[in-house]
Design a protein around this ligand. Structure first.
Ligand SMILES: [Zn+2]
Length: 126
């Protein structure tokens, strides 16, 4: 007999807890996916406009010192890392905002997993 067949208060609590965990996992996965999509699109670190924005925001102290010391290869690596970190964080914030917004607007019965009510209540226009 599986744990799930036993109807008692403890299992009910456990099942609620597991459902909650599952939901958190799904949120995390969705955020990871969305972050990747953003980084491949408008949040791509090395688009000229994005590079320019990052340069205005990041701490370039180390970079400036490495360039001044003639460590240009090192400076290049430092720059790439700083810019990448900046856009990773930025894309993740945006992904969290989007996913939480989507979850908040998702069908309350299935939380966006897809159920017959989705089409009725939150249906497409076609
Ligand atoms: Zn639904």
């Amino acid at each position: 007999m599986s744990l799930y067949d036993v109807p008692c208060a403890v299992t009910a609590d456990l099942n609620r807890y597991l459902a909650r965990l599952d939901e958190d996992d799904r949120r995390d996965e969705s955020i990871d996916e969305r972050t990747e999509e953003l980084l491949a699109g408008d949040y791509a670190p090395f688009i000229a406009d994005n590079l320019s924005e990052a340069l205005g925001e990041i701490d370039i102290e180390d970079l400036a010192k490495q360039l001044a010391d003639g460590k240009e290869a090192e400076a290049g690596a430092t720059l790439a890392k700083l810019v990448r970190d900046y856009w990773d964080a930025s894309a993740r914030r945006e992904a969290e905002r989007q996913i939480d917004n989507e979850l908040a607007n998702a069908c309350p019965r299935c939380r966006g997993r897809g159920c017959r009510h989705c089409d009725e209540d939150y249906g497409r226009d076609d």
